[in-house]
Design a binder for this molecule. Structure first.
Ligand SMILES: *[C@@H]1O[C@H](CO)[C@@H](O)[C@H](O)[C@H]1NC(C)=O
Ligand SMILES: *[C@@H]1O[C@H](CO)[C@@H](O)[C@H](O)[C@H]1NC(C)=O
Ligand SMILES: *[C@@H]1O[C@H](CO)[C@@H](O)[C@H](O)[C@H]1NC(C)=O
Ligand SMILES: *[C@@H]1O[C@H](CO)[C@@H](O)[C@H](O)[C@H]1NC(C)=O
Length: 511
């Protein structure tokens, strides 16, 4: 399932959506939208306001202990139909007048979990009333939103927190408990892609829904409309545009197809990743789109190759083009890189540094460029200089890959043992790629011999193993191959020109 060319990925990844509209469609949207949008949003808001107290009532007055069990009784049979009716009405008001249904939603005993794909936007919740409001998995940020938070509580959702390191383990335990409860907990609904795409391919499924090894029902969600307005992805159309263009149509077609229940084989039960991959392929085939190895890690879209996470927008290439844009010549960049590695090697200050320090190392007067570079690499205030040094050096071609690997190896093997541990290898690959690497076990086993991972073996695997060779070529070398791996002045110049024209840092969605 590996992509043939990881590099052209920059152009073909499915995390980008742009509405292509003719002039006539644009005018139509403005005219219809100015009438329909306010009307629809007002009605939907009113319905949401009505849902709020009803949703709250469901868990009102219950102890935490009672809430940790499935809610039963009047709170269920009375409030459930009301919420179902109101949520259907909300979508009706937004233009989802009817939803075409193919197949039949499996009952809880047949399939404790429904896996829905492709995930297009928050409007995908249109599927919920058709599935008797199956329980969803959501992020903890969502619970603080007005109304939505109350509805999530209503659904007794499983909440994932990005900040709590314990959260992952808790969620896995909670999911397993619910999915294997034999009918005690209600049915669950999951979007195994974990993020939204433009639907041109199915991205890698997260194993969550497949961990328990129970049967799943694949559900296909399609929006067969002339204007594909319902999508909201990492880049491109904003959520406001999604809402505006969807509300500006007379109606929006939606189709939900319940596929036959998929029962895992013994092998799939043991290996949730295999199970997830097989269901992904099955659903992609039914949709007539390719299945790919893209995933969202943190908030960054990456391609998975040989266990490595390769960010689609290379932080190193983006940094380099930004440096050139802010007037640094190739030799300035080279000098700055030398200052960086000197500081890392001196060991006195450690490798973490703030945006201001980075600005001074780079010899920049404005802190903004340095701040942007920091943000390519890390989400917090400080950045690991080793990541910047190695990743930028690799793509700038000032030093050969072999020489760079030698420097990295020495830095990540501070005891000078001549061999790296699995953890040190993961740090080294993270520095080279400019992105944390958590799954370097495959690479480690390929490159180690009798528990020893030497520089020589690592270089051999990285430059001759078909998978890793490709990674090095596409991600750890200058854009244009200039024949020799050894950089010379000419190579640097060529490189600069191509990078200047790249400009892939635009349109980054501000989240
Ligand atoms: C969706 O992504 C594909 C690449 O996978 C791209 O070719 C296509 O133009 C994108 N569609 C839209 C509508 O942006
Ligand atoms: C809630 O979180 C999920 C991810 O689990 C996301 O797809 C969805 O858009 C969020 N909903 C809202 C209303 O923010
Ligand atoms: C939970 O159930 C309500 C009730 O219909 C539904 O509207 C809502 O979208 C569901 N999911 C979430 C994420 O709140
Ligand atoms: C909805 O689907 C029908 C075909 O099933 C199509 O003729 C119609 O144009 C679609 N509506 C929109 C708004 O795209």
């Amino acid at each position: 399932m590996e992509r043939d060319d990881c590099h052209s990925a920059t152009l073909t990844h499915p995390f980008f959506h742009e509405l292509k509209m003719s002039r006539a469609q644009r005018i139509r949207c403005i005219v219809l939208g100015s009438v329909l949008f306010p009307l629809r949003i007002t009605l939907t808001a009113l319905i949401f306001l009505m849902m709020w107290p009803v949703a709250r009532l469901r868990s009102a007055g219950l102890s935490a202990e009672e809430r940790s069990r499935p809610i039963t009784g009047w709170r269920c049979w009375l409030l459930h139909p009301i919420i179902k009716f109101l949520s259907r009405s909300a979508f009706f008001c937004l233009g989802f007048m009817w939803t075409k249904v193919k197949g039949r939603c499996a009952d809880l005993k047949e399939a404790p979990v429904l896996v829905v794909a492709p995930h297009s936007s928050f409007l995908d919740m249109v599927v919920l009333p058709l599935t008797e409001l199956a329980t969803v998995v959501s992020r903890s940020e969502n619970t603080s939103l007005p109304v939505v938070g109350a509805l999530l509580e209503f659904n007794q959702s499983v909440i994932v927190s990005r900040t709590d390191p314990e959260s992952r383990r808790k969620v896995v335990a909670q999911l397993t408990e619910r999915l294997t409860s034999g009918g005690y907990w209600p049915q669950m609904l999951m979007f195994p892609e974990g993020t939204t795409t433009n639907g041109s391919s199915l991205i890698k499924f997260k194993p969550g829904a497949f961990l328990a090894g129970v049967p799943v029902q694949p559900v296909l969600l399609r929006y067969p409309n002339k204007l594909d307005s319902v999508r909201w992805t990492y880049k491109g159309t904003s959520w406001m545009e999604t809402l505006w263009y969807t509300a500006s149509q007379f109606y929006t077609n939606s189709t939900v197809e319940f596929m036959p229940v998929y029962t895992p084989s013994e092998e799939e039960k043991k290996d949730p990743n295999l199970y997830a991959d097989n269901v992904q392929k099955l659903m992609a085939k039914a949709l007539g789109v390719p299945s790919t190895d893209y995933v969202m890690e943190g908030r960054v879209p990456v391609n998975k190759v040989g266990g490595l996470s390769l960010p689609i927008d290379s932080p190193a290439r983006d940094s380099l083009s930004l440096l050139h844009q802010s007037g640094l010549e190739a030799h300035d960049v080279e000098a700055a890189l030398v200052r960086m590695i000197d500081r890392c090697q001196s060991g006195a200050q450690g490798s973490k540094c703030s945006a201001e320090e980075l600005a001074s190392i780079l010899g920049l007067t404005d802190a903004q460029t340095a701040g942007s570079i920091c943000s390519f690499y890390s989400k917090d205030e400080s950045v690991d200089l080793r990541q910047i040094y190695f990743s930028v050096s690799a793509v700038s071609g000032f030093v050969s890959f072999g020489a760079l690997l030698h420097t990295a190896f020495t830095l990540f093997d501070p005891e000078g043992s001549g061999s790296l541990s699995a953890e040190q290898l993961s740090g080294l690959m993270g520095a080279l790629l400019g992105f944390p690497q958590h799954r370097t076990a495959d690479l480690y086993s390929q490159a180690s011999e009798e528990g020893q991972l030497t520089e020589e073996n690592l270089l051999r695997v990285l430059t001759s193993h078909p998978t890793y060779q490709k990674v090095v070529k596409e991600y750890l070398q200058p854009e244009e191959e200039v024949g020799s791996q050894l950089a010379n002045g000419k190579a640097v110049n060529n490189n600069r020109n191509t990078l200047n024209g790249q400009g892939s840092i635009q349109h980054k969605k501000s989240e």
